[in-house]
Design a binder for this molecule. Structure first.
Ligand SMILES: NC(=O)c1ccc[n+]([C@@H]2O[C@H](COP(=O)([O-])OP(=O)(O)OC[C@H]3O[C@@H](n4cnc5c(N)ncnc54)[C@H](OP(=O)(O)O)[C@@H]3O)[C@@H](O)[C@H]2O)c1
Length: 477
């Protein structure tokens, strides 16, 4: 058995197989392994000619095929299967070796695994990989966590196989220790949910309020894709909307059931945001909107509920321009919320994440890749301690310019009864942030009334309680 493979990939389903091919196509010798040997054989038969592969059948053979320190990448189902595979391989490894988990692990699992393996001297590199099977093959956006030392050994290889941004920069960076990479991948997916929801709302407004057909809306999205909304998701939206079902001749969007799926990462983004106390209302609305879409019985039972009287809309083209403004402003808010969550995670777990670098590696390869990310990177590069993206002057000015149209769109949506939870949550967040006073003062009064929870005063330090049941005098708590 050769011991020359620079990297090994175990788990050769669609993602692992394509990542292994990507490494091999970039000149690396790749050991390949899969629980079911048939997958390894299939890879060798179909793609063995693409580069240097070392096919192995057993865990021992696989580990023996790797040069030291070993780099062993796991691309299996997230959750228990990942633990099973770690338990299988870890005893065969030596101090200094690396296990790279490229699956969609929960960052808390990654922290646990990293801690346990560190005791054995093994570097555990929890790595977010985005871009689906095409990205895995041609260049994904890669978000590795783990030790600095492991990145020194792995980084150059990951940089080679990663996507490249427009300026040629590789879409990979050492995100931070232990679970930082998987955390950032989780928020990436949360933002992806929000982006998709906002695009969906724009589509529905253009269709139900402005009266455009899917083909016309596809053209509008194509135009938007040449401007500041230029992104992979806007581009594919135009493709999906212009697609016609061959069997019926109807627009494809009209023959697909309107029930969306949601996998773990969008939900995790919201759950963790709740734990960290970060308002990610746009991402949460996106997860809830998918969830609501799936409640077929509830929706069927509610179809008879009264809606608004029909109203006249002005010129459709002018409305479409307003929707573009609303979409762009809401998008700025979703990214503001997502980056806030990364900041909070970084502080909580002491990861020291470079937000500009995160924006930079999302510019290529991943699902949310967009011209817009260049501007986020520039904002954080100019001011790494930016309290919020909305504090960046350029973004603040753009929202200021968009806000009248944004509000008009929501008025039209409300009048016509078109649900816009993403647009509305984004505007509510914006208005809440800029508000001089929030009703939280009243909330504190209520809490003090029924539970003696105390409150702080605007004019003096300290905690106070009013004797609500007595003479209503105030005592210092
Ligand atoms: N698909 C995507 O777009 C995408 C994008 C980014 C990240 N990911 C993540 O990448 C990972 C791989 O995704 P995928 O879609 O290629 O494959 P997958 O369907 O999630 O997993 C299938 C692979 O896991 C192996 N496996 C499952 N249980 C196992 C166990 N108990 N012990 C050993 N091996 C086991 C399977 O081996 P057998 O062949 O023997 O069954 C197969 O190689 C997942 O964590 C996924 O969440 C996926």
């Amino acid at each position: 058995m050769s011991t020359s493979a620079q990297i090994g990939v175990t788990g050769l389903a669609v993602m692992g197989r394509n990542l292994a091919r990507n490494f091999a196509r970039n000149g690396y010798t790749v050991a390949v392994h899969n629980r079911t040997v048939a997958r390894t054989n299939a890879l060798m038969e179909e793609f063995g000619h693409e580069g240097e592969f070392v096919a192995t059948e057993t865990a021992k053979e696989f580990v023996a095929a790797l040069e030291r320190p070993r780099r062993l990448m796991i691309m299996v189902k997230a959750g228990e299967p990942t633990d099973t595979v770690i338990q299988e391989f870890a005893p065969l490894l030596e101090p200094g070796d690396m296990i790279i988990d490229g699956g969609n692990a929960h960052f808390a699992d990654t922290r646990r695994r990293e801690r346990a393996l560190r005791e054995q001297g093994i570097h555990f590199v929890g790595t977010g990989v985005s871009g689906g099977e095409e990205g895995a093959l041609h260049g994904p956006s890669i978000m590795p966590g783990g030790s600095k030392e492991s990145y020194e050994s792995l980084g150059p290889m990951l940089e080679k196989i990663s996507a490249k941004a427009n300026d040629g920069a590789p879409c990979v960076t050492h995100v931070g220790p232990d679970g930082a990479g998987h955390f950032v991948k989780m928020v990436h997916n949360g933002i992806e949910y929000a982006d998709m929801q906002l695009i969906g709302e724009a589509y529905q407004l253009l269709r139900d309020v402005a009266g455009y057909s899917p083909a016309q809306i596809a053209d509008i999205f194509r135009t938007w894709n040449t401007g500041r909304l230029d992104s992979y998701l806007i581009e594919i939206t135009a493709e999906v909307l212009s697609h016609v079902d061959a069997a019926t001749g109807k627009p494809f969007v009209d023959i697909v059931e309107d029930r969306a799926e949601q996998k773990g990462t969008g939900r995790w983004t919201v759950q963790i945001a709740l734990d960290l106390g970060v308002p990610v209302s746009g991402i949460a609305e996106a997860v809830f909107a998918r969830s609501l879409s799936g409640h077929a019985d509830l929706r069927a039972a509610s179809r008879g509920l009264a809606g608004p009287k029909a109203t006249q809309l002005g010129e459709a083209a002018a409305f479409a321009d307003r929707v573009e403004q609303a979409l762009y402003a809401s998008k700025i808010v979703s990214y503001t919320q997502g980056f806030h969550e990364i900041t909070a995670g970084s502080t909580e777990y002491d990861w020291n994440i470079d937000l500009g670098a995160v924006a930079s590696i999302w510019r290529g390869g991943c699902i949310i890749r967009a011209a817009f990310l260049d501007r986020i990177r520039a904002a954080y590069d100019a001011r790494p301690d930016l309290p919020s993206l909305l504090s960046d002057e350029t973004f603040a000015q753009e929202i200021a310019a968009a806000q009248d149209d944004w509000r008009e769109v929501l008025v039209a949506a409300t009048r016509q009864g078109v649900p816009t939870p993403g647009f509305s949550a984004a505007l509510a967040y914006y208005d809440a942030l800029r508000a001089e006073r929030l009703p939280a003062a009243l909330t504190q009064g209520q809490r003090d009334f029924f539970g003696a929870h105390t409150y702080r005063r605007t004019d003096r330090e300290g905690s106070f309680h009013t004797l609500w049941g007595g003479d209503r005098s105030e005592v210092e708590a």
